[in-house]
Design a protein around this ligand. Sequence first.
Ligand code: SF4
Length: 371
Amino acid sequence: MEQVYKNKKDCSGCTACQHICPQNAITMQADSEGFLYPVIEQKNCIDCGLCRDICPFINSESLKNGGQQNCYSCVHKDEDVLKASTSGGAFTALSDYILEIGGVVYGADFDEDFNVCHSRAETKAERDRQRVSKYAQSDLKDTFVKVKTDLQAGKTVLFTGTPCQVAGLKAYLPRHITENLYLCDLICHSIPSPLIWQEYKKWQEEKHSGGKMTRVMFRSKLHPWTRNNSNRGFSFEMNGDGILHEDNIFYDLFFKVSTIMRPSCENCKFTTQNRVSAITIADYWGIEEYSPETYTPLGVSVVLANNAKGEKLVYHMKQRADMQQRDIAEQLKHQKRLSEPVKYPSFRSEFWQDLHKNGFEYVMDKYVYKK
Ligand code: SF4
């Protein structure tokens, strides 16, 4: 087989094809935008077709739950957890349960250079690194294989990720080993380029006399948790000096300029109410309108229980968080990504050509400052 996908818009880089290949013929390689795609070593390929058969983009509908779904607001009872979380602490409430029964948790973490990559947590300290949103596509590496090994060893596993990552894992794992698997996805806006994130980081470090970022928070709680403040939360620390610097440029590239997301996000098959996971979490936008007494400036999560496993998790989360069942129509109104994918501007290609020809400073000037 020449290529797993026909068009980049049909590949989310989930790694399912890489790990299913019986010949180990597939590697994930970054393209010029920094996104990982499967590349087939032709001399090793026996043309069995498994890589295409497993693709969650092609098989998206068969991976979705359908059926009964319940919506909840969620505010963690511990104020310190709320302060350390992006919204209402749903991930902590959920993962505490899994860790306390001896399970393991997979989620997006940072490496030592603040590249986003999935990690495996057995302790709350390891899990805390996976807390809070990270706005660059995570490198899954061999996470799917590790999840499979854990499940085969009888462990309970919670995997959190974007809907396309969850779909890839669900497609990859044999059904008979998934009894103790809990899948959690996010209401995902779209996935920014890891290359742009690193370019931005390098630019900030150069601006700070060649220093080094030592702490990064994509959604800090320096401002009260509101939808309007959600794109003001990026902050970072340099050289361990304890001072938090705020800056909106990465958000402007992500949300306003809207050119730095993966091509497949515009063609996403998972921006629907019908989810692939057991449980879906995000910000409960609009809660101040529907339930002012639930609103707190420290954040409120929305939790969608998408099947019986999701309801079981909600039952255990209630020991750690205040949760109220609510009408999902509230979130269908406020969360566009429950009904349609992101749309890119007509100048997306021009942005990337400019970046490769003229560099990061040039595109910031042209697309962020002057637009
Ligand atoms: Fe691997 Fe089969 Fe795909 Fe070839 S066709 S890359 S052998 S899974």
